[in-house]
Design a protein around this ligand. Sequence first.
Ligand code: PLP
Length: 381
Amino acid sequence: MSFSIPLFSLNFDEIEEKAVIEVLRSKWISTGPKCEELESLFTGMLQVKHAVALSNCTDALHLACRVLDIHEGDEVLCPSLSFAASANCVRYVGATPVFCDISGTDNLNVNPVEIEKAVTPKTKAIIVVHFAGFPCEMNAIMQIARKHRLKVIEDACHGPLSEYRGKKLGAIGDIGCFSFFSNKNISTGEGGMIVTNDTALHQKIRLLRSHGMTSLSYQRAQGHVTTYDITELGYNFRMDDIRAAIGVVQLKKLPTDLQKRQEIRKQYLEELANIAEVIVPFADNREFVTNYIMPVVLKNSTPEKRNRVRNLLHEKGIQTSVHYLAIHRFTIYRQVAKNLPITEYVADNEITLPMYGALTKENIHYICKTFKTIMKFDFHE
Ligand SMILES: *Cc1c(COP(=O)(O)O)cnc(C)c1O
């Protein structure tokens, strides 16, 4: 089925094409100068000391757990209302994710009160996910972390350039992780970035990104060094320069794209206010945010009703999605599953509406009008 209004659309034009061709013609296509350019652009825009380009955000989260010395026997607190990678990373290093419920149907971020309640002597770290780019309550979370000596990893995949009280998301905790997967705010196909203000962590991250080797091929090709040692058991989590070149263009386009998304969100808020049975999460947000996605939650609903509404929207050419299925309900998490009533309600009754810079006023109006008609019809059934 093809949709007249897709969920997401790439913000690509001939600038990305030109950037890729330039790299191909330069004859250096793996990790090199374009990755360095992307990293330095990122540190500047995110006001953070260090950034390391990676193959994806899953690797960033994995590296974060590894360099923060999280291991078997440790517990890590995290939300379940996220993509599975936010919890899988804990298991890659042999530790156990402990899921915490979100604040409410109007605030889909993890609840600091639930985090504090879940702390045990085994707790080593907190992973927060800034849902749709809206900041978690970082003051409360950092305070809990200091009190119990916990590390904080920010899964900031949804929030490059989002802010929390003057700080950029990803730069508040010990480590921030970003994704440049196709449908993210910055798209490179696959790709990611890890950021930190801690110089020792940064050095370790750089080493582990490339097999624990003390020099990169690019440095050796430049004649700066001729050999290398392997001092840690590392990985191949590198980004290549072809993707980095797309990333540089995308990052430069980001501020303009985010402005458009802000206007789109504003129109959505105005028009959705006319539908009584719909909650728009984070409606009272005053921070500058990315609006990575446009989530809504149906009131007094059931999964069957939500799915019926989604199908009707799809029939009208409007693509939707669900964020998220709730990690703790997946088969591989059965043994650590617990009761998370708000997360489960949202997983069962959330609908993600289209969000991308090229959406027109007419598109948004059509989506909201169609949605309203469907909701009305559904009620009188
Ligand atoms: C996309 C996403 C990831 C995974 O990123 P990849 O780059 O695809 O590995 C992790 N966490 C969240 C919240 C995401 O949205």
